[in-house]
Design a protein around this ligand. Structure first.
Ligand code: SER
Length: 349
């Protein structure tokens, strides 16, 4: 029985799947998984699942009273495209939800007199480059540049990065004895687009990458909502999970900042389509531009500088663009969809 416990919010989301699978295999931690939606059948045996919202303070109080967490991975949130459909609701979930988590983590740490490490996935959506020309000229963006997000999601991510910094360093500056022991050790990664073979994202704007891959593998035609030349940095899911685990395990003394860029490869939509067609030559991919979503990705960097993550805690991508497809994405999606069509055949026979 593992003696340590980890809380994962938004557990049924894409990164949640990856993290639960990692911790279940690793066996080092009991996993408490929180999500507003039912957890996937594939994850039920791997964690203790609690259905509920990060806005439900009574539930959070109960969870933090019942379990002693070593790590909190706060993944719950509404993504960039979803957030623009109802910005105030996105703000409530993303900001109030995160403040609730930070606050209950702080209270639990204070009660136990023991620091809790808080991992927060931020995003390239925290950046906002004013024009395409500037995006092309800017090249690799460092963590301090162009912090003018144009989406509610991006604004929320940037603000929560600051709240994490505040909770770690300054919470209740005037509280007596606040310096006796550290309460929260806040660490964050600004993720680029993520492509997973196991799950399909909903409500994001980098979704065209994974959608192209999954549609082709299912033999479905795909209409891409951004221009062919649209370029973003990406990682694949095993790299995203590696990065979160590596950052969570790094010695505090190695870290020179709290928020880090990471990237694996930077490619255009047409390059993704080209790679997909190498494996699925019949794939039908067309382009029908959604001006609102295009505007969002145009404001995000075409590449990011991840030097600090590399030098501080040893971040290193596992794949190149080509090897991510050859060694991870293609074998896994081919297996996945062949299995599901086989299953369908077996069920109906
Ligand atoms: N993948 C996210 C989105 O598209 C960005 O972090 O909203």
């Amino acid at each position: 029985m593992p003696s340590k416990t980890v809380l994962i919010t938004g557990a049924n989301g894409e990164i949640g799947h990856g993290l639960i699978n990692f911790f279940a295999q690793d066996g080092s931690h009991k996993i408490i998984a929180l999500d507003i939606h039912d957890i996937d059948d594939t994850l039920t045996d791997k964690c203790s699942f609690i259905k509920g919202s990060v806005l439900d303070e009574a539930l959070l109080e109960h969870i933090f009273e019942k379990y002693s967490f070593e790590y909190v991975f706060h993944l719950a949130g509404i993504l960039s495209t979803g957030g623009e459909k109802n910005p105030l609701f996105a703000h409530q979930v993303n900001v109030t939800g995160s403040l609730n988590l930070l606050n209950f983590t702080r209270l639990a740490a204070k009660k136990r007199e023991e620091k809790i490490t808080f991992l927060f996935p931020s995003s390239i959506a925290a950046y906002g480059i004013p024009t395409l020309e500037q995006k092309k000229k800017a090249g690799k963006i460092s963590e301090e540049q162009y912090l003018f997000p144009i989406t509610m999601y991006g604004c929320n991510k940037l603000y929560i990065e600051h709240m994490g910094r505040y909770f770690e360093a300054f919470y209740g500056l005037l509280e007596p004895h606040r310096d006796t022991y550290p309460l929260i050790d806040f660490r964050s990664i600004r993720f680029p687009g993520i492509i997973s073979a196991e799950t399909i994202p909903t409500g994001g704007t980098s979704d065209y990458g994974p959608e192209m891959v999954h549609s082709a593998a299912q033999g479905k035609s795909y209409s891409c909502f951004v221009r062919q030349d649209t370029t973003l940095p990406f990682v694949v899911m095993p790299e995203a999970v590696d990065a979160l685990i590596k950052l969570s395990e790094a010695k505090k003394s190695q870290l020179t900042r709290q928020v880090y860029n990471i990237t694996s490869f930077s490619v255009s939509a047409s390059q993704i389509a080209g790679e997909v067609k190498k494996y699925f030559p019949q794939a039908s991919i067309s382009y029908s531009i959604d001006p609102n979503r295009q505007k969002i990705v145009d404001s995000w960097p075409g590449d990011v500088d991840d030097t600090k993550a590399r030098s501080d805690w040893g971040w290193k991508p596992r794949y190149s663009f080509e090897s991510a497809f050859a060694e991870y994405l293609m074998p896994a999606v081919i297996e996945r969809y062949r299995c599901s069509s086989l299953k369908k055949c077996q069920n109906s026979s």
